[in-house]
Design a protein around this ligand. Structure first.
Ligand code: NAD
Length: 362
C-alpha cells in the first residue's frame, strides 16, 4: 500500500501529512512517498519527512503506483497524470464548487473522498477537518482583530490612567466561535456571544462569556439537522436584527462565524448597524467566502466603512500552517486507520457506511 503526499499549489501553505503521521502509516504497513517541498509552507523539510521513513520524489515518482493520494485542497486533475486506476484521493475537494474537477478525477479512475463532508457524528470527530481548521480560524480571527485594533484588549490600571477592556462580541457559536470566545477571554476582553441554537447558551456561559439571545421568538432548539443551523423565520430575523442593533453599538470587536450549509451565509450586521459602532472598531467575518455575515464585507480583503475595519477572512488556518497541517494530517490518518483492514493491509471502505457515503464524491 503506497501513500502519496502531494505538494499543494497556489496560496495553500498546509500539507496533508507530517512526520508523525508518516510514521503511523508505516507502522500500519504502508509505504509513504512525499513530493519534494510539500512541507515547506508548514516548516517541515524533506529531510524531516525522510527521517520519518518517507521517500521524497517529484510529483510523477510520488504518484507512480500510489494507492492513496493525500492532499489538502483538491489538486488540478491534469497534475495527477500517471495515478493508478482506483486510487483513493483524499482532501478538502470542495465538490460543490469544483464539480468539473471531481468529474475529471472520476474520468481518471480515481475514487475521490471529500473530507469536508464528514457527518457530525461522534465516530467522525477525530477525522473532522472542518472542526480542526475552524478551531484554529476562531483563534486567529481574534489575534488578527487585536492586531488591527488601535487599542488594547485587557483592562490596565496604570499611573497614567486606566485603559478600558475591549468589548468583543462573537456571532455564531460553533467550533470557530467557541475558540474565538476562549481566545478573547484569555486576551482580557469582555466577551459576549449569540447563536440561533439554544444549546450554545450554556457553552457560552461555561467559557465565562455573556450570552445574548433572542428571547421572544423560538430559535432552533438544541441542534438543527446534523448539528447545523437552518435558515431562520422572518420573525426571528427581525427580532435578531433588533437585538444586534442595541448590542453592537457598544462593541469594539465583532467576530462573525455564522454559516448555513448549502446556503449563503446569513446577513447579521447591516450597513446601518455598522454606522452605530465606534470608529476604530474591528469586525472579522469568518463567513466571508460564503457571502459574509456583514454587509460590505469583501472576501480576502480588509475594508473600512464608517470608520470600522471589516476583515473578510479567508482560510485563516493557512496562516497557522504548522498547527493546521498537524491537525489536518491527523484527521486524514484517523480516517484511514479507522477503516484499515490489517489482513488486507489496506483501508476497506464499506459502501453502506454512513461516513463513506457522506464523503464519496464520485
Ligand atoms: P457552522 O460552521 O455550520 O456554523 C457556525 C455557527 O453559526 C453555528 O453554531 C450556527 O448555529 C451559527 N448560526 C447559523 N446561523 C446563524 C444566525 N442567523 N445567527 C447566529 N448564529 C447562526 O457550525 P460548526 O462550527 O460546524 O458547529 C455546529 C455544531 O456542530 C456545534 O455544536 C459543534 O459542536 C457540532 N459539531 C459536531 C461534530 C461531530 O460531532 N463530529 C463536528 C463538527 C461540529
Amino acid at each position: 500500500m503506497k501513500i502519496a503526499v502531494l505538494k499543494e499549489s497556489g496560496a495553500e501553505t498546509r500539507v496533508a501529512a507530517i512526520p508523525e503521521t508518516v510514521r503511523k502509516f508505516i507502522a500500519l504497513g504502508a509505504s509513504v512517498a512525499v513530493e519534494r517541498g510539500a512541507g515547506t509552507g508548514a516548516s517541515i523539510s524533506d529531510a524531516d519527512f525522510e527521517a520519518a521513513g518517507a521517500v521524497p520524489g517529484e510529483r510523477g515518482e510520488v504518484l507512480a503506483g500510489a494507492d492513496i493520494i493525500l492532499s489538502v485542497t483538491g489538486p488540478e486533475p491534469s497534475s495527477l497524470a500517471g495515478a493508478r486506476q482506483g486510487a483513493l484521493l483524499l482532501g478538502a475537494l470542495d465538490p460543490a464548487r469544483r464539480a468539473d474537477d471531481i468529474a475529471a478525477y472520476r474520468a481518471a479512475g480515481l475514487d475521490s473522498l471529500a473530507m469536508e463532508r464528514l457527518p457530525r457524528i461522534t465516530r467522525a470527530q477525530s477525522m473532522d477537518i472542518l472542526s480542526s481548521q475552524s478551531n484554529l480560524a476562531g483563534y486567529k480571527a481574534v489575534v488578527d482583530a487585536a492586531a488591527s485594533y488601535g487599542r488594547a484588549f485587557p483592562m490596565m490600571m496604570t499611573a497614567a490612567g486606566t485603559v478600558s477592556p475591549a468589548k468583543l462580541f462573537v456571532m455564531g457559536v460553533g467550533v470557530a466561535g467557541l475558540q474565538a470566545i476562549a481566545t478573547g477571554r484569555r486576551m482580557g476582553a469582555q466577551v459576549s456571544a449569540t447563536d440561533v441554537r439554544s444549546a450554545t447558551r450554556e457553552q457560552i456561559m461555561s467559557l465565562g462569556a455573556k450570552p445574548v439571545f433572542v428571547e421572544n421568538v423560538a430559535g432552533i432548539e438544541g441542534e438543527g439537522q446534523g448539528g447545523y443551523a437552518g435558515e431562520m423565520s422572518a420573525e426571528y430575523q427581525a427580532a435578531q436584527a433588533e437585538l444586534v442593533s442595541s448590542h453592537i453599538a457598544k462593541q469594539d470587536i465583532v467576530i462573525t462565524t455564522a454559516l448555513i450549509p448549502g446556503r449563503p451565509a446569513p446577513r447579521l450586521i447591516s450597513d446601518a448597524q455598522l454606522a452605530t459602532m465606534r470608529a476604530g472598531s474591528v469586525i472579522v467575518d469568518l463567513a466571508a467566502e460564503a457571502g459574509g455575515n456583514v454587509e460590505g464585507c469583501v472576501a480576502g480583503e480588509s475594508v473600512v466603512r464608517h470608520g470600522v475595519t471589516i476583515i473578510g477572512a479567508v482560510q485563516l488556518s493557512r496562516t497557522l500552517a504548522a498547527d493546521a497541517s498537524a491537525l489536518f494530517s491527523r484527521n486524514l490518518y484517523n480516517f484511514l486507520a479507522a477503516f484499515w483492514d490489517k489482513e488486507a493491509g489496506a483501508p476497506v471502505l464499506p459502501a453502506d457506511d454512513e461516513i463513506v457515503m457522506a464523503i464519496r464524491a464520485n
